[in-house]
Design a protein around this ligand. Structure first.
Ligand SMILES: Cc1cc2nc3c(=O)[nH]c(=O)nc-3n(C[C@H](O)[C@H](O)[C@H](O)COP(=O)(O)O)c2cc1C
Length: 326
């Protein structure tokens, strides 16, 4: 068993967290990860309303009696989102842990803290991690440049970010981005992290509620099959390199400032949702990390978590121990 400050804080068996994922973080996946001894996370904004989120939390609770969390991603959106009402739905549903991301979570902390909720803030830089610690977050997830979704604009990989976090943070932290196997878990622990957070790897599991064709495409992909879009808009996102991502890059490479209106029809969230439901791989865009290059199968979450933990234990107890004795 690998015990860390994160397994203690969250009451989980293994230091393995499933990051919030739009359209993917539903009860089926979150419950499967939690039943496997990790921390499953529902994604609040995947649900159309705060009431629907309350129902999804109840559905997840029917599927697992283990702890699970809810991700609240606070990003500027075209259509206003009632974030406060989503936050209240989380509190009302007696969830014990929240993953925040996208923006400074400070306005939501009094509500979450007064309900005794642990807040893990996900951020992509040391300065934001330190800020999260200062404002009272209980832990941070440090998302390196390898990650799926929004890696920020600093382009610092986890080999640098994690040791810096270990040097500077007092609160526990979770390594996020580019992690998918036991080597990754052992390395993250060696770099000072208290656990790992995975998005892309958990998408390619039996229980992830997305079309089999999307999972197969990710099994077939290499580490070169992601693209960084929205760089010209200062809002970089790492996505799977399909024909739509290539069209977006083409538009962004045109001289002059990129106008979001030119890209918007290609990247609408609704199209990404349809892509996941129907398996039409060029319907829209979807977030994916460089770790796709390490993914070769579609296991159940239980198999995956067991394999990652067993491999990490073997590396730490056998391979590394022998290296030290040599
Ligand atoms: C399909 C997909 C959707 C995601 N959606 C969100 C989201 O809505 N909010 C969020 O905070 N992170 C989101 N992420 C990021 C993950 O929570 C996690 O930080 C990231 O995947 C870690 O990098 P990895 O994919 O290399 O494991 C998403 C990732 C994926 C793959």
């Amino acid at each position: 068993m690998i015990k860390t400050r994160i397994t203690e804080m969250l009451g989980i068996d293994h230091p393995v967290v499933q990051g919030g994922m739009q359209w993917v973080g539903r009860a089926e996946l979150a419950a499967a990860v939690s039943n496997a001894g990790g921390l499953g996370i529902l994604t609040a904004l995947t649900q159309p309303t705060p009431e629907a989120l309350g129902k999804e939390i109840a559905r997840c609770r029917d599927m697992t009696d283990k702890p699970f969390a809810v991700n609240l991603t606070i990003l500027p959106t075209i259509k206003p989102v009632p974030y406060e009402e989503y936050a209240q739905a989380i509190v009302d549903s007696d969830v014990k842990t929240v993953e925040t991301a996208g923006r400074n979570p400070e306005p939501f902390l009094p509500l979450f803290k007064s309900a005794g909720i642990k807040v893990i803030h996900k951020c992509t830089s040391i300065r934001h991690s330190l800020k999260a610690e200062r404002i009272g977050c209980d832990a941070v997830s440090v998302d390196g440049f390898e990650c799926a979704g929004h890696p920020g604009e600093d382009d610092v990989t986890n080999l640098i970010l994690l040791p810096l976090a270990a040097q500077r943070l007092k609160i526990p932290f979770i390594a996020s981005g580019g992690l998918g196997d036991g080597r990754g878990l052992a390395a993250a622990l060696a770099l000072g992290a208290d656990g790992i957070n995975m998005g892309t790897r958990f998408m390619v599991t039996e229980e992830a509620p997305i079309h089999e064709k999307v999972k197969r495409a990710m099994v077939d992909a290499s580490e070169l099959d992601t693209a960084l879009i929205y760089r010209s808009l200062n809002n970089t996102a790492r996505v799977f390199k399909n024909s739509i991502a290539e069209q977006v890059l083409q538009i962004e490479s045109q001289p002059g400032a990129t106008k979001f209106e030119d890209i918007q029809p290609l990247v609408q969230g609704a199209k990404g949702k349809e892509l996941f439901e129907e398996g039409d791989l060029d319907r829209g865009i979807w977030s994916a990390g460089m770790v796709v290059g390490l993914i070769n199968d579609i296991p159940s979450c239980a198999e995956l978590v067991q394999r990652i933990v067993a491999d990490a234990e073997e590396i730490i107890n056998e391979r590394l121990a022998k290296v030290v004795q040599a």
